[in-house]
Design a protein around this ligand. Structure first.
Ligand code: OKP
Ligand code: ZN
Length: 342
């Protein structure tokens, strides 16, 4: 399968992440994508191609225009305000307030941020746009008849909602890709999110839509980021009722339990019979990942890919998380090799 990749991901190179009260070096760093790319090349998975420039129209199908303006402008406004650090929100509309303050940059940050973990810096917008183009390039290959493609997206996307960024995500690459399949004639699309963290952004984008099935396997949100979404009683709303499914799993989860949840999710996907599948591919469920409490092994990712491959669907893989730099390449590419062997 082809891999879409852009070196412009490197423009997202924040130096700070607010973590446990300290400003630390971000877990979501450029080396992640370089490690995955190196392993793609070594493994002989297939050609690596640069993205085509799709412009913002397909992104506007998913995201709010004022939110996109904010992402484009925030760094310039932040520096113009005299701030010296990276752009981190420090105030939000309180519970019971629907206010969407749009005055100063400080107010705008709180309007659009999910949390304070994701500093915005110079180049963030450009990298996020490149990641969306990478996803769209992979989707175009699949729409044109390739069995599968790998979008080596960075920054990731699955926590980003219509007008919300955070959890290292700005534009929802997987959602943009799923929508482009529909706009290209697919009647139904499924998104399977195997990242350790719940894909709250993708869930919220498609929550009321019957033609997009969203399923997520993740660390129990009672214990894990993003905390406020990902429970089993979140099943969709209105026409989308029944088209969302969550599989929260406990600390120490190994492939025995994780694979059962994957099996259940894959059966639901088969029943739904989508025309295309998007996999939000995060490998942070790995046993040594610094941000997770699962215990998946490198070989388990081969089995994961093989099960997804058994669905026999046109499939786009979009990279999400994975923070163990030693293994992110092997774990990610194992899913793709497992898929191809199925
Ligand atoms: C993004 B993705 C570290 C807290 C980390 C943010 C996690 C974002 C994960 N002390 N909080 O789903 O891999
Ligand atoms: Zn994650």
């Amino acid at each position: 399968m082809l891999t879409a990749y852009s070196p412009d991901h490197r423009r997202r190179d924040a130096q700070t992440e607010l973590s446990d009260g300290c400003l630390v070096a971000p877990f979501e760093c450029p080396e992640r994508a370089e490690q995955v790319l190196a392993r793609v090349r070594e493994s002989g998975l297939g050609p690596v191609v640069p993205p085509r420039a799709f412009g913002l129209d397909p992104v506007r199908r998913i995201h709010d225009p004022a939110f996109l303006d904010f992402l484009e402008q925030v760094w310039a406004e932040w520096t113009a305000s005299g701030a010296e650090g990276e752009a981190i929100p420090s105030i939000w509309p309180p519970r019971g307030t629907d206010a969407r303050a749009t005055g100063t940059v400080t107010a705008r940050l709180g309007t659009y941020a999910l949390g304070a973990d994701t500093s915005i810096t110079d180049g963030t917008w450009e990298a996020a746009c490149a990641a969306a183009d990478v996803a769209l390039t992979g989707a175009a290959a699949v729409a044109a008849g390739d069995r599968a493609a790998f979008a080596l997206c960075r920054p990731p996307g699955h926590h980003a909602a219509r007008d919300l960024y955070g959890g290292y995500c700005f534009l929802n690459n997987a959602a943009v890709a799923a929508q482009t399949f529909l706009d290209g004639g697919a009647g139904r699309a499924a998104v399977l999110d195997v990242d350790f963290h719940h894909g709250n952004g993708t869930q919220s984008i498609f929550y009321d839509r019957a033609e997009v099935l969203f399923l997520s396997l993740h660390g129990d949100p009672d214990l894990a980021f993003p905390y406020y979404w990902g429970r089993t009683d979140e099943t969709g709303v209105g026409r989308g009722d029944g088209a969302t499914g969550n599989y929260p799993l406990p600390p120490g989860t190994t492939y025995g339990t994780w694979g059962e949840a994957l099996e259940a999710a894959c059966r639901r996907i088969a029943d739904f019979a989508p025309d295309a599948l998007v996999v939000s591919l995060g490998v942070d469920g790995y046993k040594d990942d610094p941000l997770s409490f699962f215990a998946l092994e490198t070989e388990d990712y081969l089995r994961c890919g093989a099960r997804i491959g058994k669905l026999g669907l046109p499939t786009l893989f979009a990279l999400e998380g994975g923070y163990d730099l030693e293994t992110i390449g092997d774990n990610t590419v194992n899913v793709l090799l497992g898929f191809e062997g199925a």
